[in-house]
Design a protein around this ligand. Structure first.
Ligand SMILES: C[S@@+](CC[C@H](N)C(=O)[O-])C[C@H]1O[C@@H](n2cnc3c(N)ncnc32)[C@H](O)[C@@H]1O
Length: 344
């Protein structure tokens, strides 16, 4: 089986989450990834096939390596001159990208020089509307010539952004973060359940990826708001229920052992919790979620602080934790939990 080398340009907001998302999507798309390098804002993998790139929330762009790594741009150029790689038919342009503070001086001229190699071979250039974008990538690991194979469709994500939803709430995550969190957790065949669904941020992202999802919220206004937001984009509005998250298994008995939880519970003092303390609420719900997902299931939950993470760790195994800074005084922790494997 032939393999290819891909470079992922990770979102600068939360590169750890972006890396985890890319790896999870490669795994679940049968791409047999093996990690080559994880840089600050980029990751590279050897894969057996291309993944469905548009589902990625936090990859800005992806490149298929044609040549490299070379120890310098000049080495790349001499290799291209002596043995130019082939690339798909169509007009082309050469651009550049750089990571690890490795921008090359005179990168415009260098792009033009690389372009000449292929122009001299009879390939047609189109700067405005190229079919193929060749990209010279410089990193601390070397210089590559690559083919741009994906760039993120920001407009698609903006359609689901809080400010473009009929029912608004500032607590809802940016769609790209919500999507990445789902992607880190979701395994084919599962249903996503958000038992604190609020205005439906996770439900919208799941629906936009054609993943079946259910939401629950204690507050009838939120249930109605989620339905408005889903209906606005013509997604199914029938899978949002009013009730207490603790009763998740009673609400969705057919999904016990077949679902993954992706959720963002209340966290501030002023949050709506139906009259109990946040820690009481977490205690009850964490136990209920464990029974709901079953021994092989996983729970993705956004927690506010170390104390709540420790509380959850008394019940589950922490697989992954990515801090996401919301603003100066608030960092939220995207946590992935699984059942603790008991000893023999
Ligand atoms: C942080 S918000 C969820 C934000 C959501 N991810 C969004 O996109 O809008 C937490 C939600 O939990 C709900 N809630 C509080 N206590 C609950 C409980 N016991 N069961 C279910 N929902 C509850 C609140 O009404 C609120 O909508």
């Amino acid at each position: 089986m032939s393999s290819m080398h891909l470079i992922f340009e990770l979102s600068g907001d939360h590169p750890d989450l972006a890396h985890a998302e890319a790896l999870a999507v490669l795994n679940r798309s049968s791409c047999d990834p093996s990690l080559i390098h994880q840089g600050e804002l980029w990751s590279s993998f050897e894969v057996s096939q291309l993944p469905p790139f548009p589902i990625l929330g936090m990859t800005q762009a992806a490149y298929q390596v044609l040549e490299g790594p070379f120890s310098s741009p000049d080495e790349l150029l001499s290799s291209l001159r002596s043995d130019p790689p082939s690339f798909p038919d169509g007009t082309f342009v050469v651009r550049s990208a750089h990571f690890d503070d490795t921008e090359i001086e005179g990168s415009q001229e260098f792009q033009a020089t690389v372009g000449e190699v292929f122009y001299d071979l009879g390939r047609k250039v189109s700067v405005k509307d190229p079919d193929i974008i060749l990209t010279v990538i410089t990193t601390k690991e070397g210089t590559f010539l690559s083919l741009l194979v994906h760039s993120r469709d920001k407009e698609d994500f903006m359609k689901r952004h809080v400010k473009n939803r009929p029912f608004f709430s500032p607590v809802s995550l940016h769609p790209k973060i919500a999507r990445a969190f789902i992607n880190v957790l979701y395994r084919p065949g599962e249903t996503v359940v958000d038992p604190f669904c609020g205005t439906g941020g996770f439900l919208l992202e799941a629906a936009s990826m054609d993943i079946s999802a259910w939401g629950i919220d204690l507050d009838p206004d939120m249930v109605d708001g989620s339905k408005q937001n889903l209906g606005h984009l013509e997604y199914d509005t029938t899978k949002v229920l009013e009730g207490d998250a603790e009763n998740i298994s009673t609400f969705l008995p057919d999904l016990v052992g077949k679902a993954v939880i992706v959720t963002d519970p209340p966290y501030g003092r002023s949050s709506y919790t139906g009259g109990q303390t946040i820690l009481e609420l977490y205690e009850r719900c964490l136990l209920a979620f464990k029974d709901f997902v079953g021994p092989k299931g996983r729970v993705g939950i956004i927690l506010p602080d170390e104390a709540s993470i420790r509380q959850a760790e008394a019940i589950y195994e922490l697989e992954l934790m990515v801090p996401v800074r919301a603003h100066r005084s608030l960092t939220r922790h995207l946590c992935v939990f699984s059942h603790r494997q008991e000893g023999p």
